[in-house]
Design a protein around this ligand. Structure first.
Ligand code: B3K
Ligand code: ZN
Length: 896
């Protein structure tokens, strides 16, 4: 497999203007007749037509109605001596494929008796021969024919223009998409489905039909998805003036899907996990994920579909922007300032625990990558979440109104086109001449070209006589693969100063005549920047990088006292939370580095890791009547083991685990009566309400229960585990029920086994709930190596199917990628399990296997013996003869 390079882009030598597809759907052998109108691109030197294809059986090729000669070259169908005139020619290709054998879930496949397609990034070539690249945009019409009893519903993009019966119990449907699109947005669905329907009128006065298709029996779980869709339509109109451009917008749920969802034009296909919800089966987190994924895919209709990517190196053009949009949507839906801050903290937590490690590891790549072997490996947190941060920084630099103007200009210039990240940045800057962005656009765009997480070092100096405070910000960025040195980034730093008593100081900089607001954004665009604040009456506490205004690491030598001041008083909710995280992190790092009174084999550590001041501050937070429950829950959550590991140069994963477990226990026991009070105050006994405030109370109550069960395990108390078991049994919603179950399981209480059995029996017919059951057991804190044998036993459970991605993720990924303390066993058994599963999955579904392969990305940071054992396991995978190019790329880069 060879790498593709961004610089090699060439416009297509041919255009495909129209595509007329006829499908005779059959699981074993589907026939596809593809009639295209093709014409030469006069701007490019003449070349043969090379069409991509994969796993197709080719039966016939005709040009202008007559048979033609062709050759095959590296999987491509090559046609020479074609008509060169402007009018173009008709090209007809007849192929067959075998959807029921398609376990990779790319192209046309069957899930539970229903046909689905997934074409992004390069799956359309598994349906027919085509120019499978996003800059070839065509008009599509699609005729579907299938057995009527088995496949009563036949869907494709656009509008249904005709349907009827055929001989032999078959029927047909004809769909025409009014919009041109790249082939990765093509979709079809055929099967036994039912739909929730909703008619809406948009602000333009047009009527639209919204539909959510699911398997019969699941209709009762579609209300939230439909509400989320209606909210998305309304939000895009109000916030960006973007209306729905289709008469009909459909969402279809499938239980076999490689990722979350897919934005096919007018026919989104979703993982059931992001559609189906009822209070009895879905948690609050599920509800909010559904809202954000439904929003995300809907927002793609403009950012991705109306304006698409010129090539796949530009993937973040649509993904970073659309994640930014879905984040803003969720914040606007959440309402209160505190709820917005909660959402921001959650998003930053993902960025720092998943993207920062990616940016520091062997798979590090710029937001606009320079090369790839398999594009599916580049649907990463860097492209998505860091890409969204880059858009957010633009938003910060030009302001909310300025950003809206930029979006307007972007669509005026590029509607209907396939464009680049440069085009987007230019539109935002051009709409805001003279702005902080426009004046340094080229330097800003280094966020697209340079990988790695920059570090901003801050140093403050207070001059009591002159009453000035001098703050020096300087930046650096570590080397990443193929990028040994970096140029300075443009980094917006929102900051404020607090007096020692915690009050906010109005900011006045040298040269300014009067003090201004207490928060402002400065732009660090060189190696360093010095700011001098005047009229500062006493040594201030700086609150830096408020709201996490840039995706960087902030290095400032805070004293504990300063952090305690910020935790108690900062007006910026993000930094208030961050101060608590820094304090906990500091204690953890000290304990990890300190004398090894924990055995490296996973024993517990009894030391008191957090000091009395920190515990008192956390107690005050927990008891503060002014703070929302959701926010308290975040402040009281310890940094994850993987976040801790990222702060260390050499990682002993068992030591990290032992220290964090000891901190959890300390938090549980030292704050025991506060947890009791928090539980009593926050657990609902009345009817279930889905709003954010109620969800926040449930989150805090769940955290409190888990702390109380943990403390009980230590003291031998039987009251709280008993109450928890009762709550598990009586709960009126999944959030409370699952939180109670998790409290028993993660504390290792003897009640856990019976509760798990009862939970399985109650929900055995609900796949998404059974996924939770597997994930909980595979993700629970390890006690003496108990998790791996449990996972191995669950692999043999009749409900476990490795071919179903959700199930594979719930068991295998929960263990390998989300449970470091259990996975990183000194005996290497976790790594051997990983290697075997990567290989087993690769034979079924390379995309899912390649995701799992990334669980050992950070192996070179591990201490011995883990480092050597991990290396051996990766080498074992790399040495396998029949690897997909997906997995090959990941393990090759890991070993480089
Ligand atoms: N665009 C799809 C992801 C496609 C992944 C292909 N491997 C979903 C999304 O980002 O909205
Ligand atoms: Zn997306």
């Amino acid at each position: 497999a060879t790498a593709r390079h961004r610089g090699d882009y060439q416009a297509p030598a041919w255009w495909i203007d129209t595509v007329d597809l006829t499908f005779d759907l059959d699981p074993a052998k589907t026939r596809v007749l593809n009639r295209m109108r093709v014409r030469r691109n006069p701007d490019v030197p003449a070349q043969p037509l090379r069409l991509d294809g994969d796993e197709l059986n080719l039966a016939r090729v005709m040009v202008n109605g007559a048979g033609t000669s062709f050759r095959m070259d590296a999987g491509q169908l090559v046609l020479e001596n074609l008509p060169q005139d402007e009018a173009g020619f008709d090209l007809e290709i007849f192929t067959t494929c075998a959807p029921e054998k398609n376990t990779a879930l790319m192209g046309l496949y069957v899930s539970q008796g229903t046909f689905f397609t997934q074409c992004e990034a390069e799956g359309f070539r598994r349906i027919t021969y085509f120019l499978d690249r996003p800059d070839v945009m065509a008009s599509y019409q699609v005729l579907l024919r299938a057995d009527k009893a088995a496949y009563p519903v036949l869907l494709s993009n656009g509008n249904l223009v005709e349907q009827g019966d055929l001989d032999g119990g078959r029927h047909f449907a004809k769909w025409v998409d009014p919009h041109k699109k790249p082939c990765y947005l093509f979709a079809l669905v055929a099967g036994k489905l039912v739909a929730r329907q909703q008619r809406i009128t948009s602000r333009t006065g047009k009527e639209h039909l919204l539909e959510v298709y699911v398997r019969p029996g699941d209709l009762g779980k579609t209300e939230h998805a439909m509400n989320s869709l209606m909210a998305s339509v309304a939000w895009d109109e109000t916030r960006f003036g973007l209306s729905l451009d289709l008469e009909r917008f459909m969402i279809v749920a499938t239980s076999d899907f490689n990722m979350g969802a897919m934005e096919n034009k007018g026919l989104n296909v979703f993982n059931t996990k992001y559609v189906l919800a009822s209070q009895a089966t879905a948690t609050d987190v599920d509800f909010s994920n559904i809202e954000s994924v439904v929003g995300h895919e809907y927002f793609h209709n403009w950012t991705g579909n109306r304006v698409t990517c010129r090539d796949w190196f530009q993937l973040s053009l649509k993904e970073g922007l659309t994640v930014f949009r879905d984040q803003e949507f969720s914040m606007d839906m959440a309402g209160s300032a505190s709820a917005r801050a909660v959402k921001r903290i959650e998003d930053v937590r993902v960025l720092r625990t998943v993207q920062f490690p990616e940016d520091a590891g062997p798979m590090a790549h710029p937001v606009r990558p320079e090369s790839y072997v398999e594009i599916n490996n580049f649907y990463t947190v860097t492209i998505y979440e860091k890409g969204a941060e880059v858009v957010r920084m633009m938003h910060t630099l030009v302001g909310r109104e300025g950003f809206a103007r930029g979006m307007k200009l972007y669509f005026e210039r590029h509607d209907g086109q396939a464009v680049t990240c440069d085009d987007f940045a230019a539109a935002i800057a051009d709409a805001n001449p003279g702005s902080e962005l426009a004046t340094r656009l080229d330097a800003f765009k280094r966020w697209y070209s340079q990988a790695g997480t920059p570090c901003v070092k801050a140093q403050g100096e207070y001059d009591a006589t002159a009453q000035t405070y001098t703050l020096t910000l300087s930046q650096s960025c570590p080397a990443t693969p193929n990028q040994p040195s970096k140029l300075p980034f443009v980094i917006p730093v929102e900051l404020g100063l607090l007096a020692q008593d915690g009050s906010a100081l109005p900011l006045q900089m040298e040269g300014e005549t009067a003090p201004g607001a207490s928060t402002r954004t400065v732009v660090l665009d060189a190696a360093s920047l010095t700011l001098r604040f005047i009229g500062v009456a006493s040594a201030p506490v700086p609150s830096l990088l408020r709201s996490f205004s840039a995706p960087v690491r902030l290095d400032y030598a805070y004293t504990d006292a300063e952090l305690l001041t910020l935790l108690a008083h900062d007006t910026d909710a993000f930094n208030r939370w961050e101060a608590g995280q820094r304090l906990m992190l500091r204690c953890a790092i000290n304990a990890i580095a300190g004398s090894a009174d924990a055995s490296s084999a996973g024993g517990t550590l009894d030391a008191e890791i957090m000091d009395a001041d920190l515990l008192a501050a956390l107690r005050r937070t927990l008891r503060d009547p002014q703070l929302d429950a959701a926010y308290k829950e975040l402040v009281l959550s310890l940094p994850s083991e993987s976040y801790l590991a990222e702060q260390l140069d050499v990682v002993d994963p068992q030591r990290v685990h032992a220290v964090r477990e000891a901190m959890r226990l300390q938090l549980a026991t030292a704050l025991r009566s506060d947890w009791e009070a928090a539980y009593e105050a926050s657990h609902d006994t009345g009817a279930y309400q889905p709003d954010a405030a109620s969800a926040g109370r449930r989150a805090l109550a769940g955290q409190a229960l888990s702390m109380l069960c943990l403390a009980a395990q230590h003291t031998g108390d039987a009251v709280w585990p008993g109450k928890t078991l009762q709550r598990f049994k009586d709960a009126g919603n999944m959030t409370d029920r699952f939180a109670a179950l998790a409290a028993l399981v993660t504390s290792g209480h003897p009640h856990a086994a019976a509760a798990l059995a009862r939970f399985h029996a109650l929900f055995k017919d609900d796949a998404l709930v059974i996924d939770k059951w597997f994930a909980l057991q595979a993700g629970t804190p390890d006690r003496g190596g108990h998790v791996l044998p449990a996972v191995q036993a669950l692999m043999k459970h009749p409900d476990f199917q490795i071919g179903n991605p959700n199930r594979a993720r719930s068991l295998i990924f929960s263990y390998c990628s989300a449970n470091p303390g259990a996975f990183h066993r000194a005996d290497g058994a976790g790594y051997r399990f990983w290697a075997d599963r990567v290989l087993a999955l690769d034979a079924i579904n390379p995309q899912v296997a390649a995701r799992l392969a990334r669980a050992l990305d950070r192996w070179s940071k591990l201490a011995e013996p883990w480092r050597s054992v991990a290396h051996t396991a990766i080498a074992q995978v790399a040495g396998h003869a029949k690897l997909s190019k997906d997995v090959r790329e990941v393990v090759t880069r890991a070993l480089e």
